[in-house]
Ligand binder design. Sequence first.
Ligand SMILES: Nc1nc2c(ncn2[C@@H]2O[C@H](COP(=O)(O)OP(=O)(O)OP(=O)(O)O)[C@@H](O)[C@H]2O)c(=O)[nH]1
Ligand SMILES: [Zn+2]
Length: 184
Amino acid sequence: MNVEQIEQAVRLILEAIGEDPNREGLLDTPKRVAKMYAEVFSGLNEDPKIHLQTVFSEDHEELVLVKDIPFYSMCEHHLVPFFGVAHVAYIPRGGKVTGLSKLARTVETVARRPQLQERITATVADAIMETLEPHGVMVVVEAEHMCMTMRGVKKPGAKTVTTAVRGTLETDDKARAEILALIK
Ligand SMILES: Nc1nc2c(ncn2[C@@H]2O[C@H](COP(=O)(O)OP(=O)(O)OP(=O)(O)O)[C@@H](O)[C@H]2O)c(=O)[nH]1
Ligand SMILES: [Zn+2]
């Protein structure tokens, strides 16, 4: 990430909104914002699938669900935060089970990019399908978008729910219903 370029850009934005980037309170702001962007966009330099290389051989071919994984992301249209929780469920196959924290790490990497909620949901599901090759995957993401609350349509409290379903869960209504019941 080009930290110096971010600093220059922040200085330009401050000038453009009519601020004085040289006043005391703003002197370190470009540096702080650059550091923050490096952190909140750190997922751009990571492959989410790397986390799922940790595989244990365990004979469990039934549901695994990690729910209420908090995440923070940045809406790619407005560069303001959207945040909420992700629920990640999969049904392992062939003894391929990953570490529970790795599912949360996968969400984290994908969220730390300029994003759309739909893309986070689908990318996490596909990463799990491709690496663990399970029977099925279901990812549910619930989030509040600051671009819909602090500006624009101004609807605080409005929640967006997205799902991505892969493998046998696409046709297994009962298993999908079980996952949704466990999430609630
Ligand atoms: N599908 C989807 N849309 C999103 C997401 N985050 C923000 N948006 C929407 O992106 C749209 C961008 O619409 P535009 O008309 O180009 O931008 P805008 O004039 O700022 O839109 P308003 O927010 O309606 O004021 C808005 O409707 C946002 O609510 C997301 O994760 N997924
Ligand atoms: Zn937005």
